[in-house]
Design a binder for this molecule. Structure first.
Ligand SMILES: *Cc1c(COP(=O)(O)O)cnc(C)c1O
Length: 442
């Protein structure tokens, strides 16, 4: 039953004061744009610490966290085994610039869980992983074009910023100042979940496409799962045309199961990128695939890629501690079940409030789109009422529930969340949606 949800301390005075000072030193007061809350309004959060499913802001407010550092914290914040591993490594040294056995250990955990990754290279961010995978694909195929999907995000490398959604994007015209038009023209954007568009682009650029890069479950336009058979046929089209398939699992890797989601869709990428979860909350990402392909990377091959802090021992220890815990039987079932309770409950609350919305969900990923129509691609997603999302976000935050500060992001459930958390979230959602429907009535 719905009980009145505790409100945050109204005055987030200290947070506000810190943010005001941050704006003078950091661009927009942040180090990554969405953190500035521009699309939802209100005061950006300033976090002091995290524990399990909770974050604590600079004013001491406790928040139930569904952002989970954009999915990285699948075991919750300050997971004891991860924290202990990091502390122990810190005492032994934090960076050597030469190989440690830890890199082999994390590499083995990953290649065991994802057998079609025979060899792997660690980098420090998802952006580096996708950028390097594309370079490798171009180097191996000796072709220049890549295909990406509107609304899929692969980090901020130049090739991926010819943005999704507009007519310009399909022409590969740079929308982000600073991306050379000549480079943007090599990125071909097509709608997600549309195989005919992929066939067309391969016809138009015969023998010129090096790679197709895709999020197997799109989660950066809000959650948009692939339609039945989509990824399988996409992989066949790529292969038939001599292009490599790069599956970007920076979000999905170790998110739905202990390994890749590609098994669920009966595909095996030529190259797979990983990030977020594999670092246990410390900067780690990776790309990998068949040995015969990866052996084109330096020092074995001519495709150059390097990193001063790549394979960093602190990060490796955190990753090992995270992935070791993810092998626990039943863990993914439990997280998925909680996410399902949340999704079913939210659907019921939305229906009760008479608010048209779609919830796209799979595993422990979910997005509430405020639109009456199904969301299967970026154009559908963009029809959502983002003002209403912003309102919902602020009402929920007022009740101590931290959702993604954008309509076009996923909510993440972690292994630290509980049934009580879901109940509390649903009660807060009921109050929030009541508040929203009363202002639309007014
Ligand atoms: C987060 C993300 C990236 C970029 O990773 P960073 O570590 O932020 O550079 C790339 N691809 C996908 C699918 C992502 O979700």
């Amino acid at each position: 039953m719905s009980t009145a949800q505790p409100r945050l301390k109204r005055e987030r005075a200290r947070s506000r004061e810190i943010f005001e000072r941050a704006e003078k030193v950091l661009v927009g007061g942040v180090n990554s744009p969405v953190r500035a809350f521009r699309s939802v309004g209100g005061e950006p959060l300033i976090i002091e610490r995290g524990s399990g499913q909770h974050l604590y802001d600079a004013d001491g407010n406790e928040l139930l966290d569904y952002v989970c550092s954009w999915g990285a914290m699948i075991l919750g914040h300050a997971n004891p085994a991860i924290s202990e591993a990091i502390a122990e490594q810190a005492r032994r040294g934090t960076s050597f610039g030469v190989t440690t056995e830890l890199e082999l250990e994390l590499g083995t955990l990953i290649t065991r869980a994802i057998p079609f990754i025979e060899k792997i290279r660690f980098v420090s961010s998802g952006t580096e992983a996708t950028m390097s995978a594309v370079r490798l694909a171009r180097g191996v195929t000796k072709r220049d074009f890549i295909v990406k999907f509107e609304g899929c995000y692969h980090g901020h490398a130049d090739s991926f910023l010819s943005q999704a959604g507009s007519g310009l994007a399909t022409l590969g015209i740079a929308e982000c100042p600073g991306v050379p038009a000549a480079l943007a023209a090599l990125t071909l954007n097509v709608p997600y979940n549309d195989l005919k568009a992929v066939e067309r682009v391969f016809l138009q650029h015969k023998d010129k496409i090096a790679a197709v890069i895709v999020e197997p479950i799109a989660a950066n336009m809000g959650v948009v799962p692939p339609e039945a058979g989509y990824l399988k046929v996409l992989s066949e089209i790529s292969k038939r045309n001599g292009a490599l398939l790069i599956v970007d699992e920076v979000i999905t890797g170790f998110r739905l199961r202990n390994g890749s989601v590609q098994e669920l869709f009966d595909i095996e990428a030529d190259l797979t990128t990983l990030g977020k979860i594999i670092g246990g909350g410390v900067p780690v990402a990776a790309y990998g695939g068949r040995a015969e392909l990866m052996d084109h990377v330096a020092p074995l091959g001519p495709v150059y890629q390097a990193g001063t802090l790549a394979g960093n021992p602190l990060a490796m220890r955190a990753g090992i501690a995270a992935l070791t815990q993810l092998t626990k039987p039943g863990l993914y079932e439990q997280v998925t079940q909680l996410a399902q309770q949340l999704v079913f409950g939210l659907r019921a609350e939305l229906a009760n409030a008479g608010i048209p919305a779609q919830i796209n969900a799979i595993g422990s990923l979910a997005t509430v789109f405020f639109t009456p129509d199904p969301v299967k691609n970026y154009n559908d997603a963009k029809r959502s009422d983002t003002k209403r999302y912003a309102r919902f976000f602020r009402e929920m935050l007022d009740r101590g529930i931290f959702l993604a500060p954008s309509q076009f992001e996923a909510a993440f459930v972690s292994a630290a969340h509980t049934v009580q958390d879901i109940d509390r979230t649903l009660a807060a959602a009921r109050e929030s949606l009541e508040a929203i429907s009363s202002d639309s009535a007014a």
